[in-house]
Design a protein around this ligand. Sequence first.
Ligand code: HAM
Length: 430
Amino acid sequence: MALITKKPRGTEDVLPRDSYRWQFLENIFREEAAAYGYREIRTPVFEHTELFERGVGDTTDVVQKEMYTFTTKGGDSITLRPEGTAGAARALLEHGLFNDPLPIKNYYLTSCYRYEKPQAGRMREFHQFGMECYGTKNPAADAEMIAAAKAIFDRLQIHDLHLEINSIGCPTCRAEYHKALKEYFTAYRDELCDDCKDRLERNPMRLLDCKVEHDHQLAEGAPTIQEYLCDECREHFESVKAYLNAVGVEYTVNPKIVRGLDYYTKTVFEFISGDIGAQSTVCGGGRYDGLIEDLGGNPMPALGFAAGIERLLLTLDAQGIEIPAPDSCDLYIASMGDRAHLKAASLATALRTAGIKAEFDVVGRGLRAQMKYADKLSAKYSIVLGDNEIDEGVAKLKNMQSGEQKEISLDPEQFISEFTQAKLAYDFSE
Ligand code: HAM
């Protein structure tokens, strides 16, 4: 029978030897989110297709070209989430979270699915860490959200991330801007891709992030929204910049940033890495004050960001930032003879209960092979149990790196206490 060894294109396995890298990042995300008062939200990996059509926008590339959509046996149209915001907003509405004290602060760690052309940093299944806050219009919140993202990247010791910000206004100021864009692109109508011809009529701003090269070039010369911002949006943006200055977060205003999803209003931002090639945006976000209303709820301002975990890992690698590999084994208990085998099993059980990573032989190897295995595990310590050790109730605890040995009691309680002291001294000396 043929071996099945091919994963679907654009997906990755995270192997046991590498998963600590993911866990390291995930732990930092969780700790930082908690420090900012965010709690985790988990939503289904699939949602009704309509949620993304209305939330993300049916003129976006994500909805038009990239969604994994299928019809269920029951006849429902279902889509694997292409991003985390729409599902979290749906859950907020469904469970009346808007009644909770404001602001509501949610974070998520999720897989997302987009049918894109895979390349370095662009996957069909990828993972996001996101922080999202509902219930504040205040520009201080925009700056805090950006600062929170930056704090996480700083903690990961990533350097040279470039922060770009922009304001893309609100529906009021956008009406005039749409007219200007329409006028500009109509002159090139025949050169546009078919999707953009449609976007020209329905949502001209979406032409600005079309991935088709020629359309992209045309977009370079298009008017920017800056001149069309209404007073409120202009003041909001000025205030966000003042807060960012006050907290010492460096940024560049890039009037070309429009983001690829329809729900954004006012502030948008991206963190860009110069070290990972073309797919260089490691984090994107902004304000989306209209989303809850677009989904049928009462208006509620919102803002947030999501960072791509694969792209962060690529950046860490490119910058030579090492993630510490955890120790896999504190103590290997080698044994010879039936009594010793049983003692090894019971001692390991007691040690594990006390949080010590202990292993013993469950393969039936001889002593030499057991010690070889302990070496491969990079066990910090080992003991060898035989009839003598069992009779005397003591064994030799060996530091596998220095070769140093000292006696240790085989009484489980005493063992744990003596071992913990030895290990502490070891960890300390490292
Ligand atoms: P987004 O810019 O589409 O925004 O995605 C956020 C991040 O996910 C990107 O900056 C990138 O790091 C990562 N990413 C996106 N697509 C891929 C892909 N195909 N392969 C690998 N990584 C990818 C959003 O998704 C918004 N929901 C962010 C947000 C949250 N805005 C407000 N709250």
